[in-house]
Design a protein around this ligand. Structure first.
Ligand SMILES: [Zn+2]
Length: 304
């Protein structure tokens, strides 16, 4: 329960992003005119080359609605506009008129159909790593849910106020310890989730190691990127003036874009420590503040 303990899930999330989604490093400077172009960007459009559907994401209106694009990114956007048979705005319009950022990437449905069946070595590695990543996150989410269920079940079984009021409920550390003991005494659902996780992950890891053995040092293949993530409009370093944030109510979907993937990064992700014991899982899932409220609500209800 200590705050700065190693967390498997946080670590896996970071290393996965390092291998498959991170594109630029953070820098601390203000854009200068020689390198950047100001653009009044209001939305992004994801164009799927499979089903030709267009998915729109609104952009948050920071910095007076102006974002800075690197010149390379402007050139890249011109190409995408051309490919989509759209007219790219004139230079003066970029700052003045709402600009729509265009992307070409497979939607989740088309990716499931076209990319999942790929026999290409690099694509298969990307697919398996994504599956592995989803399993890593899933077992964590399950543990968060099941430990909350355990607290709920415990509280539902309490009939007499004394069962709670005999503890000093004004002291958070006492309440916390009490709840944690209850969580540790009801771990069956978490243990089952952990077993399912291990059963799912083992064949994926086996297959990945086999494919990585014959992989080249780098390859180009599709990797997913959620539409709810901020995206840099600069190809080199990024900073607050180049980051396009999706509007807060954006529901993220994974779109698939071709990108260069480095074997060494992928190996790093595959070889990261993963949860093995129920202690690992419970410590990762951790204590949830809402449990204290649940206990207090129950105590109030019983003493009313
Ligand atoms: Zn599609």
């Amino acid at each position: 329960m200590a705050g700065n303990k190693f967390k498997f899930t946080d670590n896996l999330l970071k290393v996965y992003n390092y291998a498959f989604t991170e594109e630029t490093t953070y820098g601390f400077y203000k854009p200068n005119e020689a390198m950047y172009v100001g653009v009044r960007m209001t939305e992004k459009q994801y164009n799927c080359p499979g089903c030709h559907k267009v998915f729109t994401v609104k952009i948050r209106n920071d910095n007076d609605g102006i974002l800075y694009f690197s010149k390379g990114r402007i050139a890249q956007q011109k190409k995408v506009y051309e490919e989509l048979d759209k007219d790219f705005p004139a230079d003066w319009e970029l700052m003045e008129k709402p600009y729509v950022y265009q992307l070409i990437g497979y939607c989740p449905d088309c990716a499931a159909e076209k990319l999942a069946a790929s026999q290409d070595n690099g694509q298969r590695i990307n697919n398996l790593c994504h599956e592995l990543y989803l399993q890593d996150m899933l077992v964590y989410d399950k543990a968060r849910q099941f430990t909350t269920d355990a607290v709920e079940k415990w509280l539902a079984g309490i009939q007499e106020p004394e069962e709670l009021t005999r503890f000093d409920l004004t002291r958070p550390e006492i309440v916390q310890e009490l709840i944690w003991i209850m969580v540790l005494s009801d771990t069956e659902a978490c243990e089952k989730a952990l077993q399912e996780y291990r059963d799912a992950v083992q064949p994926i890891l086996y297959e990945l190691n086999r494919l990585l053995e014959k992989a080249t040092p780098a390859w180009k293949a599709y990797a997913p990127r959620s539409s709810s993530l901020p995206e840099s409009m600069s190809d080199g370093e990024y900073h607050e003036y180049t980051l396009a944030f999706p509007a807060d109510d954006t529901v993220g979907h994974d779109f698939y874009f071709p990108r260069m993937v480095e074997k060494s990064r992928v190996e790093m992700f595959v070889q990261q420590p993963r949860m093995e014991s129920i202690q690992d899982l419970l410590s990762d899932a951790g204590f949830q503040e809402q449990w204290i409220d649940m206990v207090m609500d129950k105590a109030n209800e019983l003493t009313r």
